[in-house]
Design a protein around this ligand. Structure first.
Ligand code: DGL
Length: 285
């Protein structure tokens, strides 16, 4: 893996630089909205790699290639921190990203097994995420560490990411897919359910209706936003602006689709720009 081609660009990051956030699609918006809520004066640049969604079934090497190219684009745009708002990409690529761009702070995600293991009373915890997340080293480490004291049961929800991307959150198809995914976990007696994919919080109401009030649902997005604040504060990179931040949305899919989904999922009227994959690099179109 080659080293960062642009350390000088990283050095130019300053408190007024934007926060970079990326995901395979709209899932990272569940993290973005928390960052905006906790750090309202920060500018952001959100990249949705919708040309390649879903990441979940893709081999880790492929996800790493995309991650390096997306990070390179964000660095060219002078971001001061990159939030990998995707459990799948974090599991597959965070180590590579840190090694490739050593001057850049990265904040990644992992399924929130720790709080679930600490809070469970039944001793049975459920985690839903993509296959690549479960196969990755970070999740295996978590399962080894906390699986001694509590039972950790995992389920993938094939098709759920695609339905959320298609704006079909409230449909009977999504409901029945979620029932198939969650019923076996409920039968095992879970009282904590970890949302291990950033798309899933957008189906939270539906999930809550299925698991009922006795199962706590854990979405790590607020904790990730707090971590972004800590990282910025420790580098003296928190914005001192008093007005609300400005936000840029880029997608390798159709921009109109992203605009519609940003409005539908988080109620933000966004303008989206197209980004194009060319010879393994991502460029603004
Ligand atoms: N949102 C991503 C995650 O947190 C993955 C969705 C996908 O499969 O692309 O894992």
């Amino acid at each position: 893996m080659s080293r960062s081609p642009c350390p000088l660009v990283v050095d130019r990051a300053a408190a007024h630089s934007p926060i970079g956030v990326y995901d395979s699609g709209v899932g990272g918006l569940s993290v973005w909205r928390e960052i905006r809520a906790q750090l309202p004066s920060e500018d952001t640049i959100y990249v949705a790699d919708q040309a390649h969604i879903p990441y979940g079934p893709r081999p880790p090497e492929e996800i790493r290639r995309y991650a390096v190219a997306i990070a390179a684009l964000l660095i060219e745009l002078h971001v001061k921190v990159i939030v990998v708002a995707c459990n799948t990409a974090s599991g597959a690529a965070l180590q590579t990203l840190r090694a490739t761009f050593p001057g850049v702070p990265f904040v990644g995600m992992e399924p929130a097994v720790k709080p679930a293991a600490e809070q469970t009373k039944s001793g049975v915890v459920g985690v839903i995420a993509t296959p690549t997340t479960f196969e990755g080293e970070p999740f295996r480490r978590l399962a080894d560490r906390f699986g001694q004291d509590v039972s950790i049961h995992t389920r993938t929800c094939p098709g759920l990411v695609e339905l959320i991307e298609a704006g079909s959150v409230g449909t009977t198809e999504t409901r029945s897919l979620l029932r198939d995914c969650l019923d076996p976990l409920l039968a095992l007696g879970i009282d904590e359910l970890v949302l291990g994919c950033t798309h899933y919080p957008f189906a939270r109401d539906l999930i809550a209706g299925i698991v009922g009030p006795d199962v706590a649902i854990i979405d790590p997005a607020p904790a990730v936003a707090r971590q972004v604040r800590r990282v910025l504060a420790s580098g003296g990179l928190l914005s001192s602006a008093s007005e609300p931040g400005e936000h840029r949305f880029l997608t390798s899919g159709p921009p109109t689709r992203l605009v519609g989904m940003v409005q539908q999922l988080i109620g933000v009227a966004a303008h989206a720009e197209g980004a194009i994959w060319q010879e393994g690099r991502l460029r603004i179109g």
